[in-house]
Design a protein around this ligand. Sequence first.
Ligand SMILES: Nc1nc2c(c(=O)[nH]1)N[C@H]1C(S)=C(S)[C@@H](COP(=O)(O)OP(=O)(O)OC[C@H]3O[C@@H](n4cnc5c(=O)[nH]c(N)nc54)[C@H](O)[C@@H]3O)O[C@H]1N2
Ligand SMILES: Nc1nc2c(c(=O)[nH]1)N[C@H]1C(S)=C(S)[C@@H](COP(=O)(O)OP(=O)(O)OC[C@H]3O[C@@H](n4cnc5c(=O)[nH]c(N)nc54)[C@H](O)[C@@H]3O)O[C@H]1N2
Ligand code: SF4
Ligand SMILES: [Mo]
Length: 879
Amino acid sequence: MDGSAHSDELRTTCAYCGVGCGVLVRPDGAGGLSVRGDPDHPANLGRLCSKGTALGETLSLDDRLLSPRAFGTDTDWDSALSLVADRFSRSITEHGPDSVAFYVSGQLLTEDYYVANKLMKGFIGSANIDTNSRLCMASTVAGQKRAFGTDTVPGTYEDLELADLVVLVGSNLAWCHPVLYQRLAAAKAARPAMKVVVIDPRRTATCDLADMHLALAPGSDVALFNRLLAAIHEGGALDPTYLNHVDGFEETLQAAQAQRADVTGLPAEQLAAFCAMWVGIEKVVTVFSQGVNQSSSGTDKVNAIINCHLATGRIGKPGMGPFSVTGQPNAMGGREVGGLANALACHLDLEDAGHRALVGEFWNAPTMAQDAGLKAVDLFKQVQAGKIKALWIMCTNPAVSMPDADAVRDAIAGCDFVVVSDVTAKTDTARLAHVLLPATGWGEKDGTVTNSDRTISRQRAVLPAPGAARPDWEIICDVGRRMGWQDAFAFATPAQIFDEYATLSGQAAAAGRDFDISGLTGLGAEGYADLPPTRWPVTKQGGTERFFADGRFFTSQGRARMIPVTARAPVARTGPRYPFVLNTGRIRDQWHTMTRTAKAPRLNQHLGEPFLEIHPQDAAALGIAPASLVTATSPTGRCILRALVTDRVQRGQVFAPMHWTGETAPTGRIDALVPGIVDPLSGQPESKAAVVALAPYHAGWFGFAVSTNILAPDCTYWARSRVTGGWRAELAGESAPQDWEAEARRLFALPDARSQSVADPATGTARMAFIDSDNTLLAALFVSRTPVTLSRDFTAAQLGQAAGTPLSGRPSADMPDPGPVVCACLGVGLNTIGAAITSGQATTVAQVGECTGAGTNCGSCRPEIAALLAVSRQVEAAE
Ligand SMILES: Nc1nc2c(c(=O)[nH]1)N[C@H]1C(S)=C(S)[C@@H](COP(=O)(O)OP(=O)(O)OC[C@H]3O[C@@H](n4cnc5c(=O)[nH]c(N)nc54)[C@H](O)[C@@H]3O)O[C@H]1N2
Ligand SMILES: Nc1nc2c(c(=O)[nH]1)N[C@H]1C(S)=C(S)[C@@H](COP(=O)(O)OP(=O)(O)OC[C@H]3O[C@@H](n4cnc5c(=O)[nH]c(N)nc54)[C@H](O)[C@@H]3O)O[C@H]1N2
Ligand code: SF4
Ligand SMILES: [Mo]
């Protein structure tokens, strides 16, 4: 079913990452959607990754918030909105405008974001609105503003394909921007001379594409790029003509030359080889992401990278430039619309009196905020101190995703009045709210998002709003009207909001800013409905594909700035008490706090529980066995995680994913370990360099359970996830219960079901199955004194099936075990792929695809298949 949209398909944009892929959706008649990549969208040209492909499986209403709730009881919208408006107004009257705050999200649509900012900054009169983009893009914003005078990504996705060298710094593109990775991989396959370098302390799936992997010391990127700048100078790669448009060259070069490169921990030859490659190849794109931003020197890292591009004039030209990839679907739109506490819409600055006046007049604002508001980490500190009396959290889950998450959770719990707008009540944050407001989610809401390469795309509603859910923009406008500002929030549609925003952008452009979408004013309802993906700027006269090749910048002098920077180590230092550096990040098939991706069983198959990557020698020294449990302790908190022993991480460093929560694995809330240390310029937390102590968690028993009912364990360690037809859970605890069967009946909420059980108190093993009257399997529990070894996928697949030999935990001989799932789209397991490789049937990724189907849909698992082939070749070579 290739080719353009069919008449019954609607075009929209993926809910997840900043690649911003176009999707074609069609209601399946059962409340869900069928989804495929939009071949006409410039970001993906028909491709989708595993998460995008599974979008249709995340739409069930079973855990949705369908009605407003106040103080634990369902209520109507009128009461809920009046309550919110009254409490905010009262706090403002009694304690001033800075006693209230909004904490919002890069997953809001531009229209939602615009009205939230208008309400707080123009009408409430405070700038206490910050966004989870503070945890994500703030260092890039600060770095680009320092260098360019504006927060602008100069290039486009096409530049990654046109480049002869692509350097990926602190970016696991294969898992986090999979479609962009696929585009890069395809370009490299077509043009094998193209080089790819990965700069990351960890060997990630992205390294499979790399010609060179620089496993630098955590946080040492500034030293590396300073060394590069010195090498650019030595190698004669400076562009003197372009440098006429740049200030600060001499000082910056001196700082770079004074930099010690050994702090990178990289062998001198490797560093020299990288520099020679960069110096010698003109068409270079340097992609960067959270390994750069989430650092106490994040802003300096960004500038260290940009310095090299400015010095060589390799910027804003086809195949050249620094390229920050954004995380959330509207991370970029949120920056454009002034979502951060120190920004105003249309790349205007809150701290610039002229800009404040311009926006204040345009909005006819009664009380324009005069000073920058609290940045996320400080904002929650003020909540904790009782200074913020009313807090409205929209579309983000800070009780999980903020650093020092236990303290943030407690701060929210202690706040006088907390409002949460979400699509579900089942989040760690929503559970703390006094008022819960049900928002419409992806597929139900309507508006625009901007992706990493400045392309504005429409998200379109294709499903009806479930229950009483309403779009975020409408909820915000309603509260604004009830607080007394009827005219300013009289919008009836997102199109009207967009039009006001586009009009303001024209004025911002007239004041010398780059963000200009005035060409999109006056679209009307129809023009807005039909708006195709459009890269800004869009003036009535046309647009610009790339920025800065002409040497024109948006600083007061109109020149770019090179910034002298010197490397600083991460703030938290390892020592005898906390000997390991904890790096954190993402996995391929989960999105953040899992409220949506965890609903799709196939997305839970890839990595089903929270884990800690640890080097084999460190694990051995600490007595941590593979698949055992580890306690990680930091100055702020404690976690228990599954040990994943691998040399992908260096000695002394460990890595854990950020996704697990109180809902899915309470001891896996990784931000409990991360301190609230921030970059002094951007306020972005250092999420990638906490310090921890590690020890084996000596469980008295381990368990694995599957159940058609949701599992609600209460043991020390548990992690649960959905499988087709039910749930599965990993369990562990200290002392084993006396009566396993009674315990299992409680766990499964099956007091009366028929059971089969085998228990051996002497060895501590127990196996039991609960069977329905029609002889199908309802639940099974496997217990052992050591981690339970059985085929998880096989056991889970028995749920709801005729109860044959469920207690074996193994398929019978005539039915081979497919093994852990590698290809989430087509459900192809490791063993199936392994068999194709060892039988000699498949020697390339493409052949594995032909034999097994793996990797032939979205391609997100191709790096893993390539790694399996590489391992098999190594084994063969050794034999
Ligand atoms: N599957 C999936 N995709 C996502 C998301 C998701 O939740 N799941 N979230 C989206 C969002 S919001 C974001 S922001 C992006 C993030 O996308 P990425 O930034 O690519 O993802 P991370 O895994 O957070 O971190 C990237 C890498 O930084 C490395 N790193 C750590 N410390 C350093 C350092 O000091 N220097 C360098 N050079 N590297 C370092 C880590 O080892 C890690 O591999 O992903 C987006 N895409
Ligand atoms: N240790 C560590 N911590 C990190 C990071 C890291 O790399 N390491 N990364 C940081 C980064 S880059 C990011 S972006 C953050 C992400 O962290 P969060 O923003 O906290 O994560 P999400 O799970 O995406 O939260 C989105 C929430 O909005 C809800 N939601 C979904 N759609 C809608 C909607 O349309 N309207 C409303 N009102 N709600 C909706 C979802 O159910 C969910 O509860 O985490 C940060 N925290
Ligand atoms: S790469 Fe995947 S998650 Fe990102 S926008 Fe595209 S389909 Fe969605
Ligand atoms: Mo992010």
